[in-house]
Design a protein around this ligand. Structure first.
Ligand SMILES: Cc1ncc(COP(=O)(O)O)c(C=O)c1O
Length: 402
C-alpha cells in the first residue's frame, strides 16, 4: 500500500508521530539531539566529529583496542582466509574455525566448562532467557537491567519479577515468596556494571541470595570484561563469585562485534539446538571473530590497559567531584554525571561537543523521570592530558549544567 492511500480504520503508522518523536525533532532543530552523532574516523581517545578532532569520553572502547594495528591485522587476515561473510547461521553453514577457536580461547580464559559465541551480546541475553525460562519457571531481574535482559524476559514462557536496583534484600524476599509454592526453577539475571550509571552490582550478596533459594545466576559482564578482576575476567571473578552463567560482549573492551556465553556444557548444548536468536541469524563475520580473538590475546598480554583505563576514570571522577558536579559511584570506567532536566543536560552536552569533548547523554526512560545523565567513560589510550583538557572544559561549562 502506498502512502497516498492510508487505511481508513486505524493506522499502524499513527504512533510514529508522538510527543517523543516531536521532542526529538525540536532537539534536532536546536542542535541538541545527542544520538546518532556521526564519527568520521576510527575509535580512539580522539575522533573526528563534526569535522574536527574531539576527545571521546563517550565510547565503550575501554582497552583502546579498536584501532590497534594487531587487532586490525587479525581482522584483515581473517578476511583473506575466510572471506567477508559466513553465508548463514552457525547451525547450517556459518561455523568457521575462527568461531571455534574464539570459543575455546574464552572458555580457557574464564576457566569455564563450555562457551558459545553469538552474533551480538543482545542476542545472548535475549536468546538465553527466551530459551531457558519455561512455563513453570520465573526470571528475576534488577529493575535497571540492560534492555537485552528485559526484552528476553518479555518473551519467556514463564513469569518475570523485577527487584529494586542493586537490592539483594528485595531479591531475597522475592525469591522466598516464589519458593513457597513454585513448581519450576528460577533464574536471577544481573548486570555486573550498569551501562549508564557505571555502578557495580552487589554480586556477592546477590549470589548468596541465589544459593539460599536454589536459584541459578546469570551475570552480564558486558562492561566489566577486560577491565575488572584478575586478567580482566570481570566483577564476579574479582569478588570470587562463580555464577552459573556468565555473558560478555565483543562490542566494548574487545574492539569488535558479537557476544558470548559461558556455562555448563549441558546448557550450551541445549542452546545450540533450541535458542532461536542463535539458530536463526547469521554467524558473526570472520573479521569480527578474529578481531575479538586478538583483542583478548592483547588484553591478557598488556594488563596496563585495564589499569590505565581505571586510573583515568578515577582522575576524571575526582576532578568532576572537585568541580562540584553530582557524580555517580566509582568502581568502573563509566562516570555518570547527574543533571537536573533534559534540556539543561542537552545544552551542556552541546557546549562540551562544540568545545571538543564527546560524552553520551541518557534521558528518561533510560534514567528516572525528571533527570538526565551525562555518561563519560575512559579508555586505556586516554592520556593524563586528555583528562586535564576534558576537566578544563567541564569547569568552563559548569554554569551551563544548571
Ligand atoms: C549491559 C549490556 N549487556 C548487553 C549488551 C549487548 O551487547 P551487544 O552490543 O554486543 O549487543 C550491552 C550493550 O550495550 C550492554 O550494555
Amino acid at each position: 500500500m502506498s502512502s497516498e492511500s492510508p487505511p481508513t480504520v486505524g493506522d499502524v503508522f499513527a504512533k510514529c508521530d508522538n510527543e517523543r518523536t516531536q521532542l526529538a525533532t525540536a532537539a534536532k532543530q536546536m542542535r541538541l539531539f545527542p544520538y546518532f552523532v556521526e564519527m568520521g574516523s576510527e575509535a580512539g581517545p580522539e575522533v573526528i566529529c563534526e569535522g574536527r578532532p574531539v576527545i571521546t569520553l563517550g565510547s565503550n572502547n575501554y582497552l583502546g583496542l579498536s584501532a590497534d594495528e594487531r587487532v586490525k591485522r587479525a581482522a584483515r587476515e581473517a578476511v583473506d582466509r575466510f572471506g567477508t561473510g559466513c553465508t548463514g547461521s552457525r547451525l547450517l553453514n556459518g561455523t568457521l574455525t575462527v568461531h571455534v577457536e574464539l570459543e575455546e580461547a574464552i572458555r580457557e580464559w574464564l576457566d569455564a566448562e563450555a562457551c558459545l559465541v553469538f552474533t551480538t551480546g543482545y542476542a545472548v541475553n535475549f536468546g538465553l532467557l527466551s530459551a531457558l525460562v519455561g512455563r513453570e519457571d520465573r526470571v528475576f531481574l534488577d529493575s535497571g537491567a540492560h534492555a537485552s535482559l528485559l526484552d528476553g524476559a518479555q518473551v519467556t514462557a514463564g513469569s518475570v519479577r523485577l527487584f529494586r536496583h542493586n537490592s539483594a534484600a528485595t531479591l531475597r524476599r522475592r525469591l522466598a515468596a516464589w519458593s513457597e509454592d513454585a513448581t519450576g526453577g528460577s533464574l536471577v539475571a544481573v548486570d555486573s556494571v550498569f551501562s549508564m550509571e557505571g555502578d557495580l552490582c552487589p554480586i556477592t550478596e546477590i549470589a548468596a541470595a541465589c544459593s539460599e533459594h536454589g536459584a541459578r545466576l546469570l551475570v552480564d559482564e558486558a562492561h566489566s570484561m577486560g577491565v575488572l578482576g584478575p586478567e580482566g575476567r570481570g566483577l564476579a571473578a574479582a569478588e570470587g563469585v562463580h555464577p552459573d552463567l556468565l555473558m560478555g560482549t565483543f562490542s566494548k573492551s574487545f574492539a569488535s562485534c558479537g557476544g558470548f556465553l559461558v556455562g555448563p556444557q549441558a546448557v550450551i548444548d541445549y542452546l545450540k539446538i533450541s535458542c532461536r536468536p542463535f539458530l536463526f541469524t547469521a554467524a558473526g563475520v570472520p573479521a569480527a571473530m578474529a578481531a575479538a580473538r586478538e583483542a583478548l590475546r592483547v588484553s591478557l598480554d598488556e594488563p596496563w590497559r585495564r589499569e590505565t583505563a581505571m586510573a583515568r576514570a578515577a582522575s576524571l571522577r575526582s576532578g568532576l567531584v572537585e568541580l562540584g558536579y553530582d557524580v555517580g559511584p566509582a568502581g568502573s570506567t563509566i562516570i555518570s554525571i547527574n543533571i537536573d532536566g533534559e534540556w539543561a543536560a542537552g545544552r551542556l552536552w552541546r557546549a562540551l561537543l562544540d568545545d571538543g569533548i564527546y560524552v553520551n547523554l541518557a534521558v528518561p526512560p533510560a534514567v528516572p523521570a525528571g533527570r538526565a545523565t551525562l555518561r563519560a567513560s575512559t579508555i586505556a589510550t586516554h592520556t593524563e592530558e586528555h583528562i586535564e583538557r576534558a576537566l578544563a572544559l567541564f569547569e568552563a561549562h559548569r554554569s551551563t549544567s544548571g
